[in-house]
Design a protein around this ligand. Structure first.
Ligand SMILES: [Zn+2]
Length: 485
């Protein structure tokens, strides 16, 4: 099946044609690891994971590179205040970030390069840019600063559609005036005496500017021309525009065929940002609710649409995840065998094709989920009286595909339901809500009381469970389940 991708370079949906179909070259700009990531960062991470997973589900091999920016002003500053080496500080938060990614159900990237481990390649690329006249040196802080000569790259603006002339007048001109053009950006800066982490280079002791790392890492791990490059829309300009300028000038060939960007996550209509003060870290969210809930919310709208976080985002996600995982438990349980109408099997097979078409249409998860919920609805209707094996297997094919492509169906569905229960408890804010151990104990006692027809004790237990905010559902086969109100 052909995959359509909205390419921001052409502002149009195009058939995805990888350079080598046996191995897609995919780069996504990763985080700066100076602190815990906030929920706003999670969208870009999960969308990159979606691309990675969906391409794999369509049988492509994907070489997926996502970097960690471990050399950065904020890392140097924070490490200094903590009195530790910046490497140690960055490593600590890389580990925390990987824990968050795991909570979010993300597959590991193929390569996770660090700036501090890419220094020879960064220095070589800057030297190449100087040699070709795309970069120049100016004296600064007792050493040399290297700047990219933006007007020399005539294709500048081809991704962001920014006009260089308008930049000359449009932005605040640098006060130190050492740039030839206000859009020129730093490739290498001299180290200050107390910075604590710097590298030897032809331009003296220093460290790279931000943009050059992605060009150098993409070249090192994926080659001069790549298939797919992703980041949030905030990276289009100047970061991705600068990546193109660096890579194409240094390598003398196109850098990337398809540029994809995810929209923002808006928290109560205000862009979530640390500067606004409404800090919600991924860790805090996943510990309070769960990674599955956050992932579900993040993929609930198309990646190119703004995601508005509303008051009922969490409760809506909980009920959808519940529906999916109750269905998964039933699907992989035992079924009474019976013949069903052949049309039902045809309908499921068609739904599978429709789900693939949706995901092949610029990774349309909401479209695929819409079809999938239709399959669940039909399944619940059909399976009540038993089912044909062929039907069950056809539904399982869909589940396996969706599981890999979206990561929205999880292993151990019982555990997922338990997490949802706790999340619901937290959401309801029931202060006198009982601990799970007490509730489970009461439920076992209730079962015994009912078995021995001790109705007095059974009523007492029911009242206590009501006080604890617990609803018990008794099933016809004598089993039961419970949830918080
Ligand atoms: Zn980047």
């Amino acid at each position: 099946m052909e995959i359509l991708v909205f390419n921001n370079l052409t502002r149009s949906k195009e058939v995805f044609k990888p350079i080598n179909p046996k191995e897609i070259r995919f780069y996504s700009c990763g985080p700066t690891t100076y602190n815990f990531l906030h929920v706003g960062n999670a969208r870009a991470a999960v969308v990159a994971d979606l691309f990675h997973r969906t391409l794999k589900a369509f049988d492509y091999n994907v070489k997926f590179v996502r970097n960690f920016t471990d050399v950065d002003d904020k890392i140097l500053e924070t490490a200094r205040t903590r009195g530790i080496h910046p490497r140690e500080h960055a490593q600590e938060f890389i580990k925390e970030c990987l824990i968050d990614y795991d909570h979010l159900g993300m597959l590991p990237a193929s390569v996770m390069p660090l700036v501090s481990e890419t220094m020879p390649e960064i220095i070589a690329m800057i030297a190449e840019l100087i040699k070709k006249g795309y970069a120049y040196k100016v004296p600064k802080d007792g050493g040399e600063e290297v700047l990219y000569n933006v007007p020399k790259f005539t294709d500048y603006g081809k991704l962001s559609k920014v006009q260089l002339d308008s930049l000359q007048h449009g932005i605040r001109v640098e006060t130190d005036g050492h740039k030839k053009h206000p859009s020129d950006f730093v490739l290498w800066k001299p180290a200050k005496p107390d910075e604590g982490w710097s590298w030897e280079s032809p331009w003296g002791q220093g460290r790279p500017g931000w943009h050059i790392e992605c060009s150098a890492m993409a070249k090192k791990h994926l080659g001069d021309t790549i298939d797919l490059h992703h980041g949030g829309v905030d990276l289009i300009f100047p970061h991705h525009e600068n990546e193109i300028a660096q890579s194409e000038a240094a390598n003398g060939c196109p850098f990337c065929h398809n540029w994809v960007h995810n929209e923002f996550l808006n928290f109560g209509s205000e862009k979530m940002s640390k500067s606004l003060g409404n800090v919600v870290t991924i860790r805090k969210f996943t510990e309070t609710y769960s990674g599955a809930i956050l992932r579900h919310i993040l993929l609930s709208v198309h990646y190119r649409s703004k995601l508005e976080w509303t008051e009922d985002s969490i409760s809506k996600a909980i009920s959808e995840i519940e529906r999916i995982h109750e269905f998964a438990i039933s699907l992989y349980g035992t079924h009474k065998s019976r013949d069903i109408h052949a049309g039902e099997i045809e309908k499921v097979k068609k739904a599978f094709i429709d789900i693939k078409k949706e995901l092949a249409n610029d990774f349309n998860v909401p479209g695929a989920m819409g079809v999938f919920f239709g399959v669940i609805k039909d399944y619940n209707r059909i399976v009540k009286d038993g089912c044909a094996d062929e039907y069950i297997y056809a539904v399982m094919d869909i589940v396996n595909f969706m599981k890999l492509a979206t990561g929205l169906i999880h292993d151990y569905p019982e555990e997922v339901l338990r997490q949802l229960n706790l999340a619901r408890k937290h959401l309801s804010g029931t202060s006198n809500a009982g601990g799970e151990a007490e509730i489970e104990g009461l439920l076992i006692e209730r079962k015994e009381a009912r078995a021995t027809k001790n109705w007095g004790r059974s009523d007492e237990i029911r009242n206590r469970l009501t006080e604890l905010g617990v609803v018990v559902k008794d099933n016809p086969d004598g089993s039961y389940s419970w949830s918080y109100k």
